[in-house]
Ligand binder design. Sequence first.
Ligand code: KIV
Ligand code: ZN
Length: 399
Amino acid sequence: MTIHHPSFGQIDDSRVILFDTTLRDGEQSPGFSMNLAEKLRMAEALADLGVDVIEAGFPVASRGDFESVHQIAQHVRGAVICALARSGGKNDIASAGEAIRPAERGRIHNFISTSPLHMKYKLRMEPETVLELITAGNTSARNFTDDVEWSAEDGSRTEPDFLCRCVEAAIKAGATTINIPDTVGYATPEDMERIFSMLRDRVPGADGVIFSAHNHNDLGLAVANTLASVRGGARQIECTINGIGERAGNAALEEIVMALRTRQDAMPFKTRVHSERLLKVSRMLSTITGFDVQPNKAIVGRNAFAHESGIHQDGVLKNAATYEIMTPESVGWSRSSLVLGKHSGRAAFRDKLATLGYGDLGDNQVNDAFARFKDLADHKKVVYDEDIVALVDDEVRDH
Ligand code: KIV
Ligand code: ZN
């Protein structure tokens, strides 16, 4: 099955549109705000990475946000530039429309809450009023661009019949992408798959739009929920670099891209991402925001391709595939690293000696140096190259 999209033309069913919201939802993480120059740098890097849509900000929120979206729309080429707006906000749609005007291809993303909890306590609106605002928001957005996305905020906790009515209203009013966020990271993968399958089965006009997944990570399920959404029929994925975002964050772009790439056998979907640029973009974001990713972060964490235990190091030296499911080079690392610590074995120690220029040591010297190294490693968390050099020099001197 193929679908015609105003920005992407004919899209076949195996293609997944990658929508990056690092500069909007990601920037909503406490302490992660970026200035105009930083946002422009990130947007250029995201376009270069191969994302399809860059959500650049929420123009009505502040003068600075408007300016960032406008400048990104003016200067960044190769991706659709998207601006966020509330479906029922007073000036939201006009402000978003004005901000994306210079874009090669521009999108307005309007949203309103649809769950009973949000409608009652946050919006203080009746469901019928929400339906009217969905129609008004999307109709008005279509006056600025043919590429209009609508989101059901707290969609995963919305009553199914009402969600179907909302989606139908959005499609009738001209939305071309329908996003169902798991706003509070509450859903399970089964929930998300079921919601998308239901909407595709039940809503008139569903076969003419792209469904989109937007999962938060409060239970650590954002990536799993996103992949399940794709199984249910979503063909746009909303995500952020390093998984930054409100509270526990959004689904991490680098994890999704590499899950799809590594497990083509189970999930035969394509993105346009140049995966070997992932590490560079991840590091750029860390430098700009001042927040490093945790060492064990998949794909881009410092330990993602590091091996400490002797058994693993021995395996990797014989054939890296024993303990690596993708190559470090495929995501931007120059090589895997064998970290020397108390769990390391003789094979990695010998390999390290060779890289430090001690490849010609005899067996006895290696064995003695290895024993000294093990003593040191029992007392030191990390054994650095300089430690090894000192210890081998001592060994050579003592002989
Ligand atoms: O999490 C959410 O519901 C959102 C919407 C604004 C799309 O970020
Ligand atoms: Zn969100």
